[in-house]
Design a protein around this ligand. Sequence first.
Ligand code: ADP
Ligand code: MG
Length: 321
Amino acid sequence: MPARKLSEIGEFGLIGRIRDLFPAPEGVEGIGDDCAVLPQHSGRDTLVSTDLLIEGTHFLREDIPPYRLGWKSAAVNISDIAAMGGKPVATFLSVALPADLDASWMDEFLRGYADISGRFGVALLGGDTTASPDRICINVAVLGECPSGTARLRSHAQAGDRICVTGPLGDSAAGLKAILGGVERDADVQALIDRHYLPLPRVAEGLQLAATPGVHAMMDISDGIGSDLGHILEASGCGARIDVAALPLSPALQRVCARQGWDAAALAIGGGEDYELLFTCTPEAEKALAVPHTVIGTITAGTAIEWLGAGRSFHGFDHFR
Ligand code: ADP
Ligand code: MG
């Protein structure tokens, strides 16, 4: 086989290769969802996930205050438990740090990590610490739980389901664009940057949705719905019709996009790290839902995403492309 670069295979092509080599044991959900799901003897399932944050790829040390990085490192992992409809229980924190880093940087990092962990009652139970030649690297593993068989998988969408999100899309991507572009930080821009640096995992919403019959597939939005909805469709063997005009956009995003000439729909669809929940449910379940949400489209019997009102297609984030 000719040598191929990762940029040709793509992030998800590589994950597919790993998955082909390591099929999950019987009864276990392995690679492919927000968390692995391991059945326990006690009538509960254990949920496990892990996420990396690399300086220069996921954050700029000169811009993000360490408190916010600590918060975000725990938040994005807790969000993967929320995405399954589970209760987060514990994390493990591994760090690779340059030796000349100020100790106070780490104190602040841990304060942010502790604040969000405390907010969701999540214990820190271990990890690993090592030196890094220059960049800060952070890995968090998270454990959660749910009653047996109640985890909401990406593969559960059904034709006719409503497609819903729990909150506004695109704020985080616009915040990142403002940081990278050196945009002046008025109150609106700061609000978008706050959404980028201080995501709030939708744990209570996820638990409520998982307890609702008729709620089918669920995941959290980390790469943008252009990519993330694609994962639900691929896993479920369905298509989707999205009403671009129905995408929830915050007033701050709309104002900043109008001022900067940015395409709000492209940020909402192709930009990641909103950490809202994306879920599908029957029309009857949707009408009765107590969780605040916006309907953005319908699952179809096809295989592709139709973007109504856009005149083009959209893609989410891929680390190698
Ligand atoms: P998320 O955005 O929810 O963190 P990802 O898109 O990063 O999920 O990963 C998709 C799936 O692939 C997950 O089930 C994850 O556990 C798995 N995965 C990603 N990278 C690897 C890897 N290097 N080895 C094994 N599984 C992986
Ligand atoms: Mg996820």
